[in-house]
Design a protein around this ligand. Structure first.
Ligand SMILES: *Cc1c(COP(=O)(O)O)cnc(C)c1O
Length: 407
């Protein structure tokens, strides 16, 4: 997952270019910036690397989602179907445009179950927003055909899956629009930042204005720009873009290391009785930032987690079922409508309904799942040691839960 693990001279050099001129903003100041346009350069590099026609950098991945939803015309009263397992940013983006998040179950892909999407469609549904969680992809073919059939927008939250692909195409470039996050713990980082990807020129033009107070960016004098529509300030700074420029050049190296470490660890866990792995619609396209695996029961998964904790080696192993950033079960602030301001009626009704919605299908998957984050810094020796310890803990936990189920 984390590009920050390999921070170095390349990032410092790019940041220093900006510090030399002191022009920290991406727009204007064309004289004193001496030809340095880090944000523009990073957008070009993103288009080239991921095969997207257009890219609009933003101040965060959350801002990128908000921007994508807004330029797609999704707002008050519109329903956006999204998964029960994601990061809070996904529903934050939806809520911020006034739209209604409709949460559906995930399956063993750890992404939205296409049949649950079908069941959730109403005459208010405007968009399907799969989240490519933990480095790997949703079943895009099934979701694309649902969207075509019902004339819905497909927006990919690919914030956690930079560099992953589906049938040869980069995640984030397959739907009507897609987003990446470049926050500090993502596959490549800008410290903070994000991007909207799209192949549609009109959407891109809207992104360009929306992220900068609606400026039309047509003249040379920023102060004289017109405002054809209302926007906000979701700009990235030159300093942040500079970091990203160094990181994108290292991305293929990050992915190579992740794939190697991932397959090493997977080969160690695969022979353990009771261990199975996340389903991946296109295994070739996995970015391998996490190895996500299942235990046979919730009880066994919890026993493994508590033993990892007891041995002081829990770090890097995530049990999402108990995690309050990522899974519906612990999103009390959402279910309790803990807003600081009034919200619209449709949002209030939908969020109130969440409290009694049945997520047992998601629970059955998430309660058995552990994701192990793949580090770029592991040595083979460290992976072997990790794998052996996990194997030992899992064998004990599975045996214990077998005994308990026989009693
Ligand atoms: C990180 C992330 C985002 C955006 O997060 P920011 O921290 O605002 O960049 C959105 N969705 C998912 C699934 C994420 O993991």
């Amino acid at each position: 997952m984390p590009g920050f693990e390999l921070w170095g001279a390349e990032e410092r050099k790019e940041v220093n270019d900006v510090l030399e001129t002191g022009i920290l903003m991406r727009y204007g100041f064309d004289g004193p910036r001496k030809g340095i346009f880090k944000a523009r350069e990073l957008e070009e590099a993103i288009c080239k690397r991921f095969g997207s026609k257009y890219a609009q950098l933003t101040s965060s991945g959350t801002a990128a989602l908000t921007t994508a939803l807004a330029v797609l015309g999704i707002g008050a009263g519109d329903e956006v179907i999204m998964p029960s397992f994601t990061f809070v940013a996904s529903f934050e983006g939806v809520l911020s445009t006034g739209a209604v998040p409709v949460l559906v179950d995930v399956d063993e892909t750890l992404t939205m179950d296409p049949s649950a999407v079908r069941r959730a469609i109403t005459d208010k549904t405007k968009c399907v927003m799969p989240v490519h969680m933990c480095g790997s992809m949703a079943d895009l073919e099934a979701l694309q055909s649902i969207c075509r059939e019902h004339n819905l927008i497909l927006l990919e939250d690919a914030c956690q899956s930079i560099g992953a692909t589906y049938k040869g195409k980069a995640l984030g470039t397959i739907g009507d629009a897609g987003t990446f996050s470049f926050d500090f713990v993502k596959i490549m980082t800008c410290a903070e930042g994000g991007v909207v990807l799209t192949n549609k020129e009109d959407l891109y033009q809207k992104c360009d204005g929306y992220t900068d107070h609606g400026h039309d960016h047509k003249g040379v004098d920023r102060g004289a720009d017109l405002h054809p529509f209302i926007g906000y300030n979701f700009r990235i700074s030159e300093l942040h873009a500079a970091v990203g420029l160094a990181q994108i050049r290292k991305l293929d190296m990050f992915l190579d290391i992740q794939k190697r470490n991932h397959s090493f660890l997977k080969n160690m866990l695969a022979p353990i009785p009771g261990v199975s792995f996340r389903k991946i619609p296109d295994p070739e396209g996995d970015s391998c930032t996490f190895l996500s695996w299942f235990l046979p029961t919730e009880e066994a998964a919890k026993a493994v987690i508590s033993e990892l904790k007891a041995q002081g080696i829990l770090a890097g192993n995530f049990y999402w079922y108990d995690n309050n950033w990522h899974y519906i079960r612990k999103w009390d602030h959402l279910k309790n409508l803990d807003f600081l301001h009034p919200v619209n009626d449709q949002q209030r009704e939908a969020l109130t309904r969440l409290r009694s919605q049945d997520f047992s299908a998601s629970d059955a998957v998430m309660s058995r799942c552990i994701s192990t984050a793949i580090s770029l810094l592991w040595t083979e020796e460290q992976i072997r040691e990790k794998g052996e310890k996990i194997a030992e803990i899992v064998k004990k936990a599975v045996a214990m839960s077998d005994v308990n189920s026989e009693l």
